[in-house]
Design a protein around this ligand. Structure first.
Ligand code: ADP
Length: 404
């Protein structure tokens, strides 16, 4: 059987096709469609042969809507002879609220319940839903499964997920912390345990998903017990364009003193803040290059970014009551040796010792199995760099839901 994984954004669809083989899932094709609804579109696909070689195709014709995008994907897969055994589609859905704590086979009732979560994730869920609706309409015979970014964090205890606000706000408006990037945190935690040759049930891990969006999780015995994102992906770490933590009074201050509309403040905190707000650039590579060349604003942005992560790392070690490994993943975590070094500097208090010789220039993609250890031999805590693979995790969860 083959499983197609779709990650639908407002103007894009990213996808991967996996083939279920005797020794696990094999990536058979990956692709993306961008600029949906714009005058010029862009679509590309890479077919991955069993020996690892790839054959790419691309197309810059306009893609009027998500349905046209989905047809392009299926057409490409058919042309490559890859759509004959398609059995299921796994959809990434950002917010499952309190409703969805596991991958869920989609029917009309489930779709309505996902729609009901839109007020919790107005910036993310509508595009995910469009992808589901289009795929169900065009391929109704396939089993479709929703895999939620929030689900892995369903194990957070109330002490971690409650905000200290009146209970009625939880009951009536769902005001609590949910956490995101769950598929990634779950995947790298499992990979880390396997790399350490340990049972996940015996491990206390802190996982750092540092990409454009960024979050951390404290994982105790395989369960998420604390994470940095909250009601929405805005809470927590400094991100490319999101502020992460701030005093909520900042919002009222801007509404009252600067006369801003709530939507304007929301836009600033989501799109113009984070690294971009601090120094004008949101891509960490650019920020690091500027800082290395002596740019003080860029250096400050890196300092604020790293300081926030270190603060959380200490807090999570306390929450876990111990620490066996720190796991870096996603674009920044997998590639930036300088950020990893800065986060782990002077962390003897937590038992963390990074080995510069192992860390410098190291990338998760360089390791054949996507996992590299970068701690010293005498470090009490392991420091691992793990290549995340959210699509593979979604495909595995989709298969498990189909077979359940
Ligand atoms: P997304 O959240 O969009 O999936 P990614 O996980 O791809 O994001 O991470 C994107 C971030 O990773 C960007 O800030 C980018 O600068 C950073 N990044 C990618 N490669 C490197 C690198 N070699 N060194 C430093 N940062 C990198």
């Amino acid at each position: 059987m083959q499983v197609l994984v779709l990650n639908s954004g407002s103007s894009s669809i990213k996808y991967r096709l996996f083939t279920d083989e005797a020794d696990g899932l094999r990536l058979a094709a990956r692709g993306l469609i961008e600029r949906i609804g714009e005058d010029t579109g862009h679509a590309e696909q890479a077919v991955v042969e069993p020996d690892g070689t790839t054959a790419t195709s691309s197309d810059d014709a306009p893609v009027p809507d998500h349905a046209a995008g989905f047809r392009w994907i299926v057409g490409q897969l058919e042309a490559a002879g890859l759509a004959d055994d398609l059995g299921a589609i796994g959809h990434r859905v950002v917010h499952g609220g309190s409703e969805f704590t596991a991958p869920t086979v989609i029917d009309d009732a489930v779709l309505a319940r996902i729609e009901a979560q839109i007020p919790l994730a107005p910036l993310h869920n509508p595009a995910n839903l469009t992808g589901i609706e289009v795929a169900r309409e065009l391929r109704p015979e396939l089993t479709q499964v929703a895999v939620f970014d929030t689900a892995f964090h369903a194990s957070l205890p109330p002490a971690a997920y409650r905000y200290a606000v009146p209970e009625a706000l939880l009951d009536e408006y769902g005001v609590r912390r949910y956490g995101f990037h769950g598929t990634s945190h779950a995947y790298v935690a499992r990979r880390a345990a396997a790399a350490l040759g340990r049972d996940e049930a015996d491990l206390k891990l802190v996982t750092l998903h540092l990409g454009n969006g960024a979050s951390m999780a404290a994982v105790d015995g395989g369960l998420s017990v604390e994470t940095s994102m909250g009601l929405s992906p805005l809470e927590g770490l400094v991100m490319g364009t999101r502020s992460g933590d701030l005093d909520p009074a900042v919002i009222f201050h801007l509404i009252r003193e600067a006369g801003m509309a709530p939507e304007e403040v929301e836009r600033i905190l989501n799109r113009d803040s984070g690294l971009k707000g601090l120094c004008g650039d949101n891509d960490l590579r650019t920020v690091e290059d500027r800082a290395a060349a002596g740019d003080e604003r860029a250096q400050l942005a890196v300092d604020v970014y790293v300081h926030r992560i270190r603060k959380y790392l200490g807090a999570y070690a306390a929450v876990l009551g111990g620490l066996d490994a720190v796991v870096f993943t996603a674009g920044v975590g997998e590639n930036s040796d300088t950020i990893r070094a800065a986060v782990c500097a002077d962390m003897d208090v937590l038992g963390i010792r990074l080995d510069p010789a192992r860390n410098d220039g190291q990338r998760a993609s360089k390791a054949p199995d996507g996992v590299v250890a970068v701690h010293t031999d005498d470090s009490r805590v392991a420091v691992l760099v793990v290549a995340t693979d959210e699509e593979r995790e979604i495909a595995e969860q989709t298969l498990a839901a189909v077979r359940a």
